[in-house]
Design a protein around this ligand. Structure first.
Ligand code: ADP
Length: 415
């Protein structure tokens, strides 16, 4: 192509020369024509060298390079669009020069584009503005915790870095990345709450144990009657600590998925009888009657040990939070796709505002009363997690003054 083009220019120049010679037959014109043709030839040559589109190999290379850059650009754009992290670039005037959709959502802006807006117009959050301002002064900022409240509360970890051109001394733009850490922060809060609850729960019986040991040490040991009472109190508190630790370990294992749930066909009537027999003494001491209304021959599909544990926790609560002379009934409704086990009591009921949080760890309606009755505050949390491990659910309804109803729904066996 390059060679062809040169040939054509030479041919055109020659043609002009011939025409001029033919028309003037004059030497000056001939020289002028020769100079003109040479000039045109040189100019074209220079141009084709500067923009070397003529060589076939060079042309292909360049084309594929352009395609490559285009593809990279598209890929980069798609990456920015799909990123969950918000990305924002501001120039030295704090004006947005680039952003991605996640950043747009973060500022909940009604604007179509964030570009060319000043950052201070998008947010008044001092943590965000301060971090970008620092970066424009050349100070890199990372781990800046930013909280936004519209639409809901969200927490971000913001990192802003200064960027400058090769020649520039000062940073010309600041690039910020917003990492959404809302979930992580919630998990961390739950973990801290759990730790502080555990410490608190353990400290109470431990304080009692230490106090009674001190009393015994400072002379009460000689007082046989009282010392027996003190030792009984120490035992009660030590048992409480042991129960608490057992429940905590149990709950952690279930939550971590380390508990094997092996469902099998269980005859519910006899399992209910076992649970009632185990709690008989407790019920009798409060004059509470516990009755089994499960029809004999009712089959449920569950892990026997785990189902017994769930039922024990619910019946135990139904006895504990009942009134003197009250009653507890255990029943069952077999549906098409699930089996529902019901534990009903005639206790004082649970105020509506507590129902939603009742299955949370350590949540109690009356903390002091629960402790006094040896409760750990983990029984219902364990029931909830075990029901879920079976692919089921547990729920509660309650009427103040009349009693409560706990229901475990378990998926029905499918053949
Ligand atoms: P614990 O019984 O050890 O306190 P649970 O997790 O089993 O802990 O129960 C949490 C709380 O729910 C109890 O402290 C009590 O306030 C309330 N609760 C549970 N079952 C009943 C019930 N049948 N009637 C009234 N309140 C109940």
């Amino acid at each position: 192509m390059y060679k062809h083009r040169n040939f054509w220019f030479a041919a055109v120049a020659l043609l002009i020369a011939v025409i001029l010679i033919a028309s003037t037959a004059n030497l000056v014109a001939l020289v002028t024509m020769a100079l003109g043709a040479t000039a045109i030839y040189l100019l074209i040559t220079a141009l084709t060298r500067q923009y070397p589109l003529s060589s076939p190999s060079v042309s292909n290379k360049s084309e594929s390079r352009t395609k490559e850059i285009f593809a990279l650009g598209k890929l980069f754009e798609a990456t920015l669009d799909e990123m969950r992290e918000g990305l924002l670039v501001v120039d030295s005037n704090m004006q947005v020069v680039a952003s991605n959709p996640a950043a747009h959502r973060l500022f909940n802006s009604s604007l179509k584009r964030l570009e060319s807006q000043r950052l201070t117009e998008l947010t008044r959050n001092p943590a965000i503005c301060g971090a970008f301002m620092d970066a424009l002064k050349g100070i890199e900022r990372s781990g800046v915790e930013v909280e936004t409240h519209s639409p809901g509360r969200r927490v971000f970890d913001l990192s802003v870095v200064p960027l400058s051109g090769i020649e520039d001394k000062e940073p010309s733009v600041a690039l910020g990345v917003f990492f959404d850490i809302t979930k992580l922060e919630k998990l961390e809060r739950v973990r801290q709450e759990f730790l502080s609850n555990v410490s608190h729960e353990l400290r109470t019986p431990l304080t009692a144990i230490l106090a009674f040991v001190e009393t015994l040490e400072s002379g009460a040991l000689e007082d046989t009657e009282n010392s027996r009472r003190f030792i009984a109190i120490i035992r009660k508190n030590a048992t409480r600590m042991q129960d608490l630790i057992d429940d905590i370990l149990e709950l952690s294992a279930i939550e971590a998925g380390n508990v094997d749930v092996r469902p099998e066909e269980i005859e519910l009537n006899s399992l209910t009888n076992d649970v009632i027999t185990a709690l008989h003494a407790k019920a009798a001491s409060g004059g509470i009657s516990v009755s089994n209304r499960v029809s004999s021959g009712t089959i449920v599909f569950a892990d026997p040990r785990r189902l017994e544990q769930m039922l024990t926790n619910l019946v135990d609560n139904a006895i504990k939070f009942n009134r003197e002379g009250g009653s507890v009934t255990v029943g069952c409704e077999v549906g098409v796709s699930s089996t529902r086990i019901l534990v009903r009591d005639t206790g004082e009921g649970i105020p509506a505002q507590h129902l939603e949080r009742l299955f949370e760890r350590f949540y109690r309606v009356d903390r002091a009363r629960s402790r006094e009755m040896g409760g750990t505050g983990l029984g219902l949390a364990i029931v909830k997690h075990l029901a879920r491990a079976h692919g089921g659910e547990v729920k509660v309804t309650s009427e103040l003054g009349s009693g409560s109803l706990f229901e475990i729904d378990l998926p029905q066996l499918t053949h």
